[in-house]
Design a binder for this molecule. Sequence first.
Ligand code: ADE
Ligand code: ZN
Length: 335
Amino acid sequence: MLNPQLRTIVQQMPKAELHIHIEGSLEPELIFALAQRNNVSLAYPSVEALRAAYAFTDLQSFLDIYYAGASVLLKEQDFYDMTAAYLQRAAADNVRHAEIFFDPQTHTARGVPMQTVIAGIYRACQDSPVSATLILSFLRHLSEEDAFATLEAALPHRDKFIGIGLDSSERGNPPEKFARVFARCKELGFHLVAHAGEEGPPAYISTALDTLQVERIDHGVRCTDDAALVQRLAREQVALTVCPLSNIKLCVFGDMGQHNLLQLLDAGIMATVNSDDPAYFGGYMNANFEAAFAALPLGLHHAQRLARNSFAAAFLPAAQKQALLDEVDAYFAAL
Ligand code: ADE
Ligand code: ZN
């Protein structure tokens, strides 16, 4: 049970979202509307049937349906509409800033031009009520060569994204597979992040830091299998973008009561709370905070820490970051 006062506080506090796959914000209703608009046929007869299929056993069982859902995105306006819907939903959860992943290979492999993908998502960010920046994510189940070709195709649009990420099927696709392309992205001046330690072993977190030289780890929850790694993450203040509802839906933890978010915070790690793929995992930012705070003995000071961490870990200019941290502190001081 979540105390109603604490629920209101976590709902209303200013926050940043640092781990959201824009394709994972496509609600079934929008998937069906875009399928109709674009004459794409779907394997499910109705919104209800599609939603009923969202019973995942692991990451791959989710990814299969997530890539199928994205097949309705063809035109620039489709990418705009998807992104605008997410940003409106984020604003309702008092998200002040979002760093949004997009997976260009999911679209370019179907013949959608890179320009279409980036222009639609970027225009929605520009029209947004919430500060928003983009992180181009490579699909790790594809080859290094494909990642290099994707980077090449995206570089004419380099002013429209600030970072590079790594997502998709983790196990069997270790960070070092992308060492050279990440080295090139670092030379080009992009911020670097990677999914690691979601389903994969703690060693993937270490190699993402050491070989890819990432600045944040997406998920990273499996670090607690390695005590020395937990100490390192705390000492170096490496941010982890944790996604509580995702971890339950994909069976990383049996239930929210077993989630290690509190353990991470208690160890001094800079953990943040995020939604990952909110249309598939049962909720947006506030739903993630509420579920974690309902199941774990997290209190007011944890709420303030999580709100502060979200801005401290953001890739924002120093003045904007400080203004947002001050906003958090003023919000909690006024309670
Ligand atoms: N792509 C979208 N969501 C993902 C997740 N949770 N892990 C890896 N790749 C993803
Ligand atoms: Zn993710």
